[in-house]
Design a protein around this ligand. Structure first.
Ligand code: PBG
Length: 333
């Protein structure tokens, strides 16, 4: 009887100890690559808590600066701001008001945390009474009528201290319109992160609870991308880069890792992935039931998003990850 042949190639040799596994690990991430989204409410009577996003709170303008300072001390480099205005109107004027909620939050944070990189979302849906991301003309979201409003919003946010403006309305030409307006108004250094490949996703549900930004009629499928399309995502990314985007983004993240990978292969600007509210809510719900080990799952998700090719990750878990890492005593996972 012939002897059973032993394997010559043994991948398990390199898995034997933690030190060996560390040495050959292909993908790492760092707290400094995570961006924490922050909600700011103008009306102190709005509840701070968001039922569908345990652990996330809607800050007042007064307390958001202290929160940002703590995040900076935890090793985070950047936050992404969203506003809840007291008043909404047809043209979303709160988005480009000089003393709008995000503009005031930017000034407050800048005073307390001067080195933090401040990203501000540029969109109208939190500010319009109809809840759509652009101007509504004859019952439809009008692309070209929205561009000027988005450009005004970006300029107003840059003037208030935003380092990065992040247009998320998915209007064609929005990055170009914003670049031109920033340059004309004396903000040539303001950075643009295009929400280039933003899909019309059901994973945004908890965000719309938090930001009170659900559309009052219809849905966003006329401007956000069909979740079925990856080639079109590459077109959107190429257009944003052509129009002057300094950074581009794929959104959501976990169900779109193939799009992140394709985007990484086709473009050389830094790539962000947005792990959205519904991704956070799923992990929290399971963790709070004791069904998943939250830290292990979050670590694995961040690793997977980095492995797919993202450089930066926007995640509601950023603060918690920074706290976990600080307790562990060193930076990389
Ligand atoms: C604004 C905007 C949305 C998100 C980011 N910017 C909501 C939407 O498009 O409906 C979603 C973020 C998340 O779900 O965490 N247009």
């Amino acid at each position: 009887m012939a002897e059973t042949p032993l394997p010559t190639r043994r991948p398990r040799r390199l898995r034997r100890t933690a030190a060996l596994r560390d040495l050959v690990r292909e993908t790492r991430w760092d707290v400094g690559q995570l961006i924490q989204p922050l909600f700011v409410r103008e009306d102190a009577r709005t509840d701070a808590a968001v039922a569908s996003m345990p652990g996330v709170s809607r800050h007042t303008i007064e307390d958001v600066a202290a929160e940002a300072k703590e995040l900076e001390e935890l090793g985070l480099k950047a936050v992404l701001l969203f506003g809840l205005p007291t008043e909404k109107d047809e043209r979303g004027s709160g988005a480009y008001a000089d003393h709008g909620v995000v503009q005031e939050a930017l000034r407050a944070i800048r005073a307390d945390a001067p080195d933090l990189v401040l990203f501000a979302d540029v969109c109208l849906c939190e500010y319009t009474d109809h809840g759509h991301c652009g101007a509504v003309v004859d019952g439809r979201v009008d692309n070209d009528a929205s561009l000027d409003l988005l450009a005004r919003t970006a300029v107003s946010l840059a003037r208030a201290g935003a380092d990065v403006v992040a247009p998320s309305a998915m209007m064609d030409g929005q990055v170009g319109a914003i670049r031109a307006a920033l340059d004309r108004s004396g903000h040539p250094d303001a950075i643009i992160m295009g929400y280039a490949a933003k899909h019309a996703s059901a994973f945004y549900g908890p965000f719309r609870d938090a930001a009170e930004s659900a559309p009052r009629f219809g849905d966003r499928r006329g401007y956000q991308m069909d979740p079925a399309n990856a080639r079109e995502a590459l077109l959107e990314i190429a257009l944003d880069i052509e129009e002057g985007a300094d950074l581009v983004m794929v959104k959501p993240a976990l169900a779109y890792l193939d799009v992140i990978r394709a985007a990484r292969e086709r473009s050389d600007v830094p790539l962000a992935a947005y792990s959205v509210s519904g991704e956070y809510a799923m992990v929290k719900a399971a963790a709070n039931n004791g069904w998943l080990d939250e830290r292990a799952v979050v670590t694995e998700i961040l690793t997977a998003i980095r492995r797919a090719g993202a450089d930066l990750i926007i995640t509601y878990h950023a603060r918690q990850v920074a706290e976990w890492e600080r307790r562990k005593g060193h930076g990389s996972g």
